[in-house]
Design a binder for this molecule. Structure first.
Ligand code: A3P
Length: 279
């Protein structure tokens, strides 16, 4: 579970690999992540005109296998999820308040949060460079849409806070993208324990290499990016995978504006993002 551009795909690949590919020899690894770890909200976006009004090919094909002859007008994802072998690894951008209240009684949730300034930078780049979204404004106007709850999956703060408040629940694992970047082995060990995957240190080391930015980028064909990119030869999804790229993109005015927005929204909360503010 994430707000978009906070490390969703990275975590999907980590969790799917731990649960379904611990020896890195599962042939399903070559299947698109859209099928290995389907997106709960996919139906909400799949009839986009740019996508031709139908799901991407592998999803449409899987649906036809499950339900030959059935129309796809009422969405496909519920059927695809139902037919998926367990344990199911489900991608989801919806926040807790839009999900069943008792969801943590029955499923484990990994929530990934990221500095909202890097999220905004990543989101703007992604939306500006894909066929599906074709955002045409500058980063300032995009950031203001985020801050004014005008972008898909907003409002941002209730999304993060709803998960943060549940972070002590045994079925919720809350992790920052920045912590994954700074000490991936430490975080992999914690996720291993949370999922009950029981993987050895040696296996975690191998998984660490498998889920590195460069390794995942080399498998971009099975990971998001391809159905979305504007230019066929460009991988828009695996962009930089670093912390602090907002500094290369934000004007001093936008930095100030977002810092104020962060501070205002964290007043009276116990979530401290002082590290995310401008020095
Ligand atoms: P950038 O655009 O800053 O490079 P999401 O999957 O939620 O859409 O997040 C996409 C962001 O996660 C992108 O950030 C992408 O590069 C980054 N990312 C994907 N895989 C990664 C990995 N293995 N290591 C680090 N960052 C990764």
């Amino acid at each position: 579970m994430t707000f978009p551009k906070c490390g969703t795909t990275w975590m999907q690949e980590i969790v799917w690999t731990m649960l379904h590919n611990p020896n890195l020899d599962n042939p399903k690894e070559d299947e698109t992540i859209f099928l290995r770890s389907p997106d709960l909200s996919y139906d909400m976006i799949f009839d986009s005109k740019s996508l031709g009004g139908s799901p991407i090919k592998p999803i449409a094909e899987r649906f036809k296998e499950i339900h030959p002859g059935k129309e796809m007008d009422n969405g496909v994802m519920a059927d695809i999820l139902e037919a998926l072998g367990g344990p199911r690894v489900i991608k989801n951008h919806f926040p807790f308040p839009l999900l069943p209240r008792d969801i943590l009684d029955t499923i484990k949730v990994v929530y990934v949060a990221r500095n909202p300034k890097d999220m905004t930078t990543s989101f703007w780049n992604f939306y500006s460079s894909t066929n599906v979204h074709e955002f045409r404004g500058d980063i300032d106007s995009f950031a203001r849409l985020i801050m004014n709850d005008g972008m898909i999956y907003c409002p941002y703060w209730p999304h993060v806070m709803a998960a943060w408040e549940k972070r002590h629940h045994p079925n919720l694992h809350f992790v920052f993208y920045e912590d994954l970047i700074s000490d991936i082995m430490h975080e992999l060990r914690k996720i291993n324990e949370f999922l009950g995957a029981g993987l050895s240190e040696e296996k975690l080391e191998a998984i660490k290499r498998h889920i590195s930015f460069s390794s995942m980028k080399s498998r971009a064909g099975t990971l998001p990016g391809n159905p979305f990119k504007k230019e066929q030869d460009k991988t828009v999804f695996f962009r930089k995978g670093i912390v602090g790229d907002w500094k290369n993109n934000f004007s001093p005015e936008l930095q100030e504006e977002m810092d104020q927005w962060i501070k205002k929204n964290l007043t009276d909360t116990d979530l401290n993002l002082s590290w995310a503010l401008a020095e």
